[in-house]
Design a protein around this ligand. Structure first.
Ligand code: XMP
Length: 514
């Protein structure tokens, strides 16, 4: 279920670009709805979706390589405006009778571009500007009916246009921030070439979602598992707006949460939004299961299984519930089925959902990117602490305690972690970091406090920057911030006599320690 139906849609045809998602996001930032589709989408399917425009993404291939991803030539004859980007532009040129050259020279990075007079794409923009290039092949001469709209030192056709046929191509990447006028070029394509309307606003998305949920759910009953994170929180508030008291939220406290997290969920949902909230305190169950368990993957499995058990027991106790809300996001929808990465860690979506169930799923965020979910959360009045919360793993502090999880060790970690969070926030760094947290290893080290020898735990401070958690770098925190964190942890957390800072990037390390 989504919220688009009668909205104008721009389809981004993905030729294997690392930037395909970024293109879709940029189009949406222009308030036009956009979706990504694979390059082998059929012409019939394109027609069925009635897009107002198509954007062909870049891709790693050369049009001359056998089996290179391609699209039906009819794509360019549908009368739908098309913008080809990089490989997409080469494909357009190649299909329409232009010349694509294999220069063997690549052009990469910031590049000076000179645009022609009277073009659509550069209308109202400086004729000389910097753009971001990343290519080897290039369009040497445009197809009949096209004119070269810009050039660079290496590319005679850095942009091309056939305004009668509404076909446009750019060799550079307007979607990346390194092309300063990139958004303006995209807007020229969307609004001047393709006559789109900027109607996809957060308010309209929310209204449409609520209508859709009402239509599907009717007066049925709905449950939603809350994890404390932004996705399930936004989904819950949205569904609540649509079905009111027919929604019951469930929050399973497995005792592996950070300080204040459970209280905040109660405060926000029960008190502020007046949503039916069942708060299941299951700390003892989880601790019992984790007794003696030291292997990280076994921890994940036990926590995942126990979570499902608690959730199912609860679901059985509710009569007549037909729908289950899930906070699935658009990147999961695009990637599901195509991902074939080696298993590094099992990422149970704890706070998530039983594998087998009889519920009908409501996924109100399945067309949104994370930043859009945050914007929606703000629009819906969710507190900043939830909207901007850093990712937190489902198995919680259990995978930040190396070795056995005990209530004593949980308390140490929780205190140290809250100091890290407080100081990072005080330094104004919280939103800039992907994650910042404490880890409790299973060794003890010698220290001296007063005149006494101590033999206590160290705390590892881990703070990273990242775009998507696939790669990450350790954050270059100011020494003063590190100093305050260290002093506070050693002075305030009993049982700790040392603080170390993790300076490893991912890869080869991972963000979490387990
Ligand atoms: P790693 O440690 O693999 O983590 O670099 C990448 C991102 O995933 C989060 N993470 C998890 N999330 N269940 C989750 O829901 C898990 O078991 C899990 N393990 C890691 C981690 O916090 C980081 O954001």
């Amino acid at each position: 279920m989504g919220q688009k139906d009668d909205l104008q849609t721009v389809l981004v045809i993905d030729f294997g670009a690392q930037y395909a998602q970024l293109i879709a996001r940029r189009v949406r930032e222009c308030k036009v709805y956009s979706e990504i589709v694979p390059y082998d989408i059929s012409i019939e399917e394109i027609k069925r979706r009635e897009p107002v425009a198509l954007i062909l993404s870049g891709g790693p291939a050369s049009v001359y390589v056998k089996g290179a991803p391609s699209c039906d030539e009819e794509t360019f004859k549908l009368g739908i405006p098309v913008l080809g980007i990089c490989y997409g532009a080469q494909l357009m040129a190649h299909s329409m009778g232009g010349e694509v050259a294999r220069t063997g020279i690549s052009e990469y990075g910031k590049t000076k571009l000179t645009a022609g007079e009277d073009t659509i794409l550069f209308d109202g923009l400086p004729l000389k500007q910097n753009v971001w290039m990343s290519h080897r092949d290039l369009v040497k001469s445009p197809p009949p009916g096209f004119k070269a709209a810009a050039r660079t030192e290496v590319c005679p056709v850095a942009a091309m246009e056939n305004d009668d046929a509404k076909l446009y191509g750019v060799q550079f990447h307007p979607e990346v921030v390194h092309t300063p006028f990139g958004m303006d070029i995209l807007k020229n394509f969307l609004f001047k070439a393709a006559s789109c309307s900027p109607t996809w606003t957060m308010v309209s998305i929310i209204e449409k979602s609520i209508e859709d949920i009402k239509r599907v759910v009717g007066d049925g009953r709905v449950i939603c598992g809350l994890s404390g994170g932004v996705d399930s929180a936004v989904a819950a508030v949205l569904v609540h707006k649509a079905v009111g008291d027919n929604l019951t939220c469930v929050f399973v406290d497995h005792g592996l949460l950070r300080r204040g997290e459970a209280e905040q969920v109660e405060e926000t949902f029960r008190k502020h939004f007046k949503i039916n909230l069942v708060y299941i305190k299951a700390q003892d169950r989880f601790l019992k299961k984790l007794k003696g368990v030291t292997d990280p993957e076994r921890k994940r499995v036990f926590i995942g299984e126990e979570f499902i058990r608690v959730f199912e027991e609860f679901a059985r106790s509710l009569k007549g519930v037909k729908f289950l809300v899930q906070g699935t996001l658009y990147p999961d929808v695009i990637e599901s089925g195509t991902r074939d990465a080696a298993k590094i860690k099992t990422h149970h979506n704890v706070g998530g959902i039983p594998m087998k169930h009889d519920f009908e799923l409501i996924e109100p965020l399945r067309l949104l990117f994370k930043d859009e979910v945050r914007a929606m959360g703000e629009e819906l009045g969710l507190p900043e602490e939830i909207v901007w919360r850093q990712p937190f793993p489902g198995p919680g502090l259990a995978i930040r305690i190396i070795g056995e999880v005990t209530s004593e060790r949980l308390e140490i970690l929780r205190q140290a972690d809250s100091i890290v969070e407080e100081e990072i926030k005080r330094a104004g760094l919280y939103k800039k970091l992907w994650q910042s947290f404490a880890v409790l290893p299973c060794v003890r080290t010698v220290g001296v406090m007063g005149d006494e020898r101590t033999y206590f735990y160290p705390i590892v401070v881990r703070t990273v920057t990242s775009e998507d958690a696939m790669t990450a770098d350790w954050a270059r925190l100011p020494h003063e911030v590190l100093e305050t964190i260290s002093n506070r942890i050693i002075n305030e957390v009993p049982g700790v006599n040392r603080v170390v800072y993790d300076i490893s990037s991912k890869p080869p390390s991972t963000i979490e320690w387990e």
